[in-house]
Design a protein around this ligand. Structure first.
Ligand code: PMP
Length: 410
């Protein structure tokens, strides 16, 4: 390279590019269905009232802004372990794993940071570099794992022509892969399709994972967004903990984020947990995680993690209000989902898949041409894969949106 001017222009991020185009649009009816962040019924972002209260506690009590540990504070790690693996005292297998020192948890820079840390860790220590990801998946999964030196490859997940999960091909394509590969599973609210596996289907996949000796890597960015209750959305974790207790699965990893379920997006608060074979293995793994993280960002930010600590600390009595804040958020998303469905014209087009999908998105099945037409004629902004972030929908625009969709499909 002789000059910086030789550096080629990188393509803009697809989702963030949509927001920019939206901002520049003068149409007062414009709707932004691009970015996966919550908006209330007036179209505005919110701070969860329970989070605001935790911040008030923090403002009163915080005496210093010292660095936290490389992998975060013990208090944060323990809160996450208890919340996710022990189901707040309801999962005996998870509790056993915690008590026996078999879970290593590190605070990370939100979900993306946890995916990158585990990607780097697996690249450094796991023999098989192939990571199987669902088709489709969150676009950043592929980018993160590639940059970490792993080799992402797709397994079948969704049949676009049927607007449904393609479970038979999912099983076939996993079975045909090399033994010992890493496999990425979305714990709930699969992004972008919103279509999750049933408990029975997870059991079949977990059987394939055992037969093939795959290393399961679970991404849980939307815990609580399927049912409104974070404790109900962790069937997969509970089931896999049972298999670990029976020694049928030895180890797995979980990437987790509080961006969506506490609305802590910009606070970058999440975690990586590795479930190991023994307390000794945990010690070594924890030391290696520290060695890996230290030269990248030294230690994670503290504001968001302290909010999490306070919400899970019984003495502040905020758990119930957080659960109810989250339930309201998910309730509104479900309401706009049904309102959109009601307003869509079903004479020539079947929209039933919308009602089966869960989480922040509807995966409409619209073609990229139709999405572009929505943008150009109606100022409706969404990614060209037909994924709509439904938090951009509200009572004021749902009819306008449905009419626009009806017009482009008919
Ligand atoms: N995984 C999935 C599937 C996601 O959709 C997201 C957020 N869009 C993340 C991980 C990471 O989010 P964050 O880094 O904001 O926690």
């Amino acid at each position: 390279l002789k000059a910086w001017s030789e550096i080629p222009l990188a393509p803009p991020d697809k989702i963030l590019g949509i927001s920019e185009a939206y901002v520049a649009d003068a149409n007062t009816n414009k709707i932004n269905l691009g970015v996966g962040a919550y908006r209330d019924n007036t179209g505005k972002p919110i701070i969860f009232p329970s989070v605001k209260k935790a911040e008030q506690v923090l403002l009163e009590l915080e005496k210093e802004k010292e660095y936290t540990g490389i992998t975060g504070s013990k208090k944060f790690q323990n809160a996450v372990k208890n919340f996710v693996f022990n189901n707040s005292n309801k999962d005996p297998n998870g509790k056993q794993l915690i008590d026996s020192g078999r879970i290593v948890t590190a605070q990370t820079i939100s979900g993306t940071g946890s995916l990158r840390v585990i990607g780097d860790f697996l690249n450094r220590f796991y023999t098989n570099k192939k990571i199987l990801v669902p088709k489709p998946t969150w676009a950043n999964h592929v980018a993160v794992f590639k940059d970490a030196g792993l080799t992402p490859e797709f397994y079948a997940y969704y049949e676009t022509s049927k607007n449904d999960l393609d479970f038979e091909n999912l099983k076939k394509s996993l079975t045909s892969q090399d033994d010992g590969s890493i496999v990425l599973l979305h714990a709930c609210c699969h992004n972008p399709t919103g279509m999750d596996l049933t408990v029975e289907q997870w059991d079949e996949v977990l059987q394939i994972i055992q037969d093939k000796g795959f290393f399961p890597l679970i991404d849980m960015a939307y815990q609580g967004f399927a049912s409104g209750n974070p404790y109900k959305d962790i069937n997969l974790i509970r089931r896999i903990n049972e298999l670990v207790a029976q020694d049928k699965i030895k180890s797995y990893a979980l990437c987790q984020s509080f961006a969506k379920n506490m609305g802590l997006y910009g606070e970058r608060t999440g975690s990586i947990s590795i479930i190991t074979e023994s307390a000794d293995a945990s010690k070594a793994i924890e030391s290696q995680l520290k060695k890996l993280i230290r030269p990248i960002y030294s230690s994670p930010p503290i504001h968001g993690s302290k909010i999490v600590e306070i919400i899970f600390d019984e003495q502040y009595n905020l758990l119930e209000s957080w659960l109810s804040d989250l339930d309201k958020v998910v309730g509104r998303l479900n309401t706009v989902r049904s309102k959109l469905y009601e307003n869509l014209d079903k004479t020539n087009y079947n929209w039933d898949h919308l009602l089966k999908q869960r989480g922040m998105f509807v995966y409409t099945g619209l073609s990229s041409e139709q999405v572009i037409e929505l943008r150009e004629k109606y100022s409706v902004y969404a990614t060209e894969d037909g994924r709509f972030s439904i938090s951009g929908i509200n009572d004021n625009n749902v009819k306008y949106l449905a009419d626009a969709i009806n017009a482009v499909v008919n």
